[in-house]
Design a protein around this ligand. Sequence first.
Ligand code: PMP
Length: 285
Amino acid sequence: MRTVYLNGDYLPEDEAKVSIFDRGFLMADGVYEVTSVLDGKLLDFDGHAVRLQRSLDELDIRHPSSKEDLLEVHRELVRLNDITDGMIYLQITRGNPGDRDFAYPAPDTAPTVVLFTQSKPGLADSPAARQGIKVISIPDQRWGRRDIKTVQLLYPSMGKMMAKAAGCDDAWMVEDDVVTEGTSNNAYIVKGNTIITRQLGHEILQGITRAAVLRFAREAQMKVEERPFTIAEALAADEAFVTSATTFVMPVVEMDGQPVGTGKPGPVAARLREIYLDESRKAAI
Ligand code: PMP
């Protein structure tokens, strides 16, 4: 049984209980982060901590603990649960006002803080990375502030189920004829030596992996264009891939039933995955 963290306490998972009045439960009024663990160390903890602060600020949720305290909780959970490879899920909600009301509760209402681990042995060595994944395109029907990492994940869940029903692995979401992002990852295409991915804005999440991968790509003298692209452009591209904290760089080999590029994982995605994993392991804490 796992040991999880709830509001200052380390508890067996079946003893960690949250109120039915919690705003996270009633209103999806909460934010989250997922940090990967490789060889018992945290990848890009700083990036996740900074984005967490930003999500909380955008929603006027009080940050209940310092970055240093959060780091300690992450490390303690890795230790208590003996995690070699896996991830740590963190969620902070606006807390429990003791009743249901649309208005935010008094600012001194304590936020709810939950963290738990998921063990994934061999996380960095997934067969999917060698084979590539298949995606479908679906309309992006999420709300307009996707830059805030909220726990309202119903549409992304529906998207994954639509992909599954079509015999695929994931969905790319399309709005105004251009791709926003994957259901739980940022989306890229490669044409020649150029990597193309949508620019940041309210329409997508500013992926922590995205920032690192674009930095490594530029350092490796690849060209990066941050701009919108269509599914038609993706189908005519040499390669496509997605990035996220738990899948790193993952090649996309098929889209809406048609092969992307050669229909096999491409060299740019493979190289970026290798650089990302090498550099992230080196910098892990
Ligand atoms: N976009 C969405 C919608 C996501 O849910 C995620 C993963 N949380 C990402 C992008 C990738 O972000 P990160 O690299 O920080 O995991």
